[in-house]
Write a protein that binds this ligand. Structure first.
Ligand SMILES: *Cc1c(COP(=O)(O)O)cnc(C)c1O
Length: 417
């Protein structure tokens, strides 16, 4: 479909949305999405879609949850932005919630995962300057994704990213995930930290093993390096625990020094956090900040989101839904002779064994309508690699919605394979 075809579509009269004014930064379908509720999105033609992308693992409570609407509207009537140089109540409350339910004592709020990771990089470098003789290198991993600023792109291990906006920010040697020797070989007296995602999300749901993470923690301790976990995707209940580091820690000796949060913490609004232990939180006044840092409008949402997640039954539901999704995907693996499924909680992937992921995404979105039960409906899926689908539904997704997704995916597989 051509980029202007939207205005020329047959059907009921619709407002015309000019799309040329936006920078063309990614391939996008022609649909314009106008409304969302729970696991469903509606486009400009009134067609509804079962959404297993959820803003890239962002909408942990689904689209437009009441608790977010209520928190936003109540807070908007009270106070939107006093200044990051003044205290406000929601920021204080959210920092208290995060520190009392994690291993960290100090929080800095910001607006995106990349910004939180930039903060983590700065904090580690500051720590190296003041506590480790000027050490500044941070070992990161092949396949890692830490964001789209220049420094976080340099920390990322996506193929091609090293040259895209060269020169990179120096000081991010790359190791191989689950290969302790590859980390050990890169650690020198210039090394200040090792930074990684407990589950690599963008590279296709690649899990760091618990043994590797514990060994990495032991190694970093022994070499006086910090351990930074980027939990922008894995944090806030996504893997079935509040934070993914909880899966590998067995005691205080295993906990990381720094954690970054984004995506789910705002359930759809721009909010992120840099969390550090007291020992490591060495920023001095003037070294870190941001106009919208900890603004009450967003942190009020963060409080509402966390309050939901702390209700008994919320995380057990994520675990049960993740197991259900896993079982149902495994059925498709044997039915269609696919490679395998993997994941943790509600961050899962289906390895298709061949490069049909893009065709499946298109079919599920645009062509399910001819099948009974899918009239005027579609299914939104994500293909981070040519042979791979990634599933990141709302954490509140129901078993019936998972079954419906499986039904749509089965139809798509039948048509495409
Ligand atoms: C999405 C993501 C980021 C970047 O977050 P933005 O909010 O897009 O800046 C960083 N790290 C991980 C692991 C992510 O999944």
């Amino acid at each position: 479909m051509s980029r202007t075809s939207l205005a020329e579509r047959p059907g009921p009269a619709r407002p015309v949305f000019p799309i040329r004014a936006l920078m063309d930064i990614t391939e996008r379908p022609d649909n314009v999405f106008v409304r969302g509720r729970g696991s469903w999105l509606t486009d400009h033609e009134g067609k509804t879609y079962l959404d297993f992308v959820q803003g890239w693992a962002v909408n942990c409570l689904g689209h437009c949850p009441d608790v977010v609407i209520d928190a936003l509207s109540a807070q908007a009537r009270e106070l939107i932005t006093p200044s990051p140089a003044y205290y406000n109540e929601p920021a204080l409350r959210l920092a208290e919630l995060l520190t009392s339910h994690s291993t960290f004592q100090r929080i800095f709020f910001c607006n995106s995962g990349a910004e939180a990771n930039e903060g983590a990089i700065k904090l580690a470098r500051k720590w190296g300057r003041s506590r480790k003789d000027g050490a500044y290198e941070i070992v990161t991993f092949d396949g890692a994704f830490h964001g789209r600023t220049i420094a976080t792109m340099s920390a990322s291990g996506k193929p091609g990213w090293d040259t895209m906006f060269a020169p990179q920010v120096p000081g991010f040697p790359k190791a191989v995930l689950n290969d302790l020797g590859s980390v050990e070989r890169l650690i020198t007296d210039k090394t200040v930290a090792v930074m990684l995602e407990p589950v690599q999300g963008e590279s296709g749901v690649v899990l760091a093993s618990s043994d590797f993470l514990r060994a990495l923690r032991a190694l970093t301790r022994e070499r006086q390096c910090l351990m930074i976990v980027d939990e922008v995707q894995t944090g806030m209940g996504r893997t079935g625990t509040l934070f993914a580091y909880e899966h590998f820690t067995r005691g205080p000796e295993d906990v990381p020094d720094i954690m970054t949060l984004g995506k789910g913490i705002g359930a759809g609004v721009p909010l992120a956090a840099l969390c550090a232990t007291e020992r490591v939180a060495v920023f001095e006044r003037g070294e870190q900040g941001g106009t919208y840092s900890g603004n009450p409008l967003m942190t009020a949402v963060g409080c509402a989101v966390m309050t939901e997640m702390l209700k008994p039954g919320f995380l057990p539901h994520v675990v049960a839904a993740g197991n259900h999704l896993s079982r149902r995907l495994i059925e498709l693996v044997s039915e269609f002779g696919l490679s395998h499924e993997r994941g943790l909680g509600l961050l899962r992937a289906l390895d298709l064994g061949s490069d049909i992921a893009a065709s499946l995404v298109t079919y599920a979105r645009d062509r399910l309508e001819s099948h009974p039960g899918w009239e005027h409906r579609g299914l939104l899926l994500n293909a981070p690699r040519p042979n791979l689908l990634r599933f990141m539904p709302a954490l509140t997704v129901t078993p019936a919605e998972i079954d419906l997704m499986i039904d749509g995916l089965r139809l798509a597989l039948g048509a495409v394979k």
